[in-house]
Design a protein around this ligand. Structure first.
Ligand code: MN
Length: 129
């Protein structure tokens, strides 16, 4: 189940780790360092899944998720928010912005890819309904 994952992340170390783990399991990773670049890339390639950092410079992840959902091309693409905010209400806020799920930083290398793959499987099941 090889997937193309778009990672929108401004932190180079987080990008490196997520990218390494995904590639080790056979996935392709495309990468943008801010919201506008991520949106442009998403529209161009229509990835299988978008991993979205919430704390981005300028346009934050909530705004990015909202913008991504404005495109009919991207309606079915799972968006997983990644954030280190440990605040009550965050989960509701990311879901309201159009994300399908939520992951906390630091990402856990043991479970990270499995979680992503679970979202990919769920998106594929919904597609064939
Ligand atoms: Mn960040």
């Amino acid at each position: 189940m090889n997937a193309v994952v778009l990672l929108i992340e401004d932190n180079e170390q987080n990008h490196y780790l997520a990218s390494y783990l995904l590639k080790a399991r056979g996935h392709q990773v495309v990468y943008a360092v801010d919201g506008p670049a991520g949106i442009a890339l998403a529209l161009e390639i229509v990835p299988d899944l978008i991993l979205l950092d919430i704390q981005l410079p300028g346009m934050d992840g909530y705004e990015v998720a909202y913008e991504l959902r404005q495109s009919s091309k991207l309606q079915q693409v799972p968006i997983i928010a990644v954030t280190s905010y440990a605040m009550v209400g965050d989960r509701e806020r990311v879901l309201r912005a159009g994300c399908n799920g939520y992951m906390e930083k630091p990402i856990d290398p043991e479970t990270f890819v499995s979680e992503i793959e679970e979202h990919l499987s769920q998106a594929r099941r919904e597609e064939y309904r």
